[in-house]
Ligand binder design. Sequence first.
Ligand SMILES: Cc1cc2nc3c(=O)[nH]c(=O)nc-3n(C[C@H](O)[C@H](O)[C@H](O)COP(=O)(O)OP(=O)(O)OC[C@H]3O[C@@H](n4cnc5c(N)ncnc54)[C@H](O)[C@@H]3O)c2cc1C
Length: 262
Amino acid sequence: MRTIANYDKVNNEFILNGEKRFITNGSIADTLVVYARNGGFIVQSDWEGYEVIEEYKMMGLHGLHLGHIKFNNLRIPKANALFYQEIKEPSEKIVGKTSTIESLQNMLGPERVILSAQALGVAKRALEIAIQYTQERIQFKKPISEFEGINFKIAEMSTNFEAARALVEKAVNDMRDSILAAMAKLFSCQTAFKICDDALQCLGGIGYTNKYAVERCLRDVRLLRIGGGTDEIMKYIIQKGIYKKSQQSSKEMLKKEFFESD
Ligand SMILES: Cc1cc2nc3c(=O)[nH]c(=O)nc-3n(C[C@H](O)[C@H](O)[C@H](O)COP(=O)(O)OP(=O)(O)OC[C@H]3O[C@@H](n4cnc5c(N)ncnc54)[C@H](O)[C@@H]3O)c2cc1C
């Protein structure tokens, strides 16, 4: 994150400079919460210095306006600051964690659990369509649900859906557990993508058209393996948390052994 705010003491306002890609509804929003490296601010898009560089076209989520936006000396009244941390060095030299990064990290856990629930919702719809369609479609004088190649897919899709739901429910019960949130997001979003793909396969050619919602489910759900943190970043968070826990428990064991041997 390179967007940076500087405080103008004379005019009692902040001056924001930077750019952000992939901002949900950033190209049409009137009011935005913007995180800079050293603060959070409420910004109006009609202020001078707010520029929409581009609105991206996407493979799915066609109701969403994905913006690339730029802040060119955007002046923000002091009252619109959510928090601010003064940084002495020039912006190019800022490294390491600031209060913004910590605040964002605290917010991302709950956001990831919510995205996991979204993934379950999309997967559920695709699965329902596949269950219904496979009982109606006749091939070789039988509903295709009677072919093991199809009904075993339904069995696996349903089992994986329930496993993902159980993990998401566990994460919902402790939204502060960032490792569990990452596990729920990784597993539910990958599972939902696979369920939507298998549902499309169950529908054959018609699945690839827009007659049924499964092709839309597949396109829309794909984003969830990227937005809010990619699959790879979820794996990074999970392994880091697991090794940290393991090292902490080894230290505690050593401490216990040391005192018990006294
Ligand atoms: C539709 C949509 C809406 C979005 N909405 C918002 C929004 O409202 N606000 C917002 O702030 N952001 C938003 N985003 C941005 C989104 O969070 C990022 O796109 C996402 O976090 C990935 O970052 P990136 O695109 O820079 O990918 P990159 O970081 O360039 O990653 C590219 C690839 O490299 C991998 N990679 C990167 N670093 C590592 C690493 N250390 N180890 C292993 N693999 C790595 C990634 O996993 C990925 O596979 C949105 C994106 C999309 C597509």
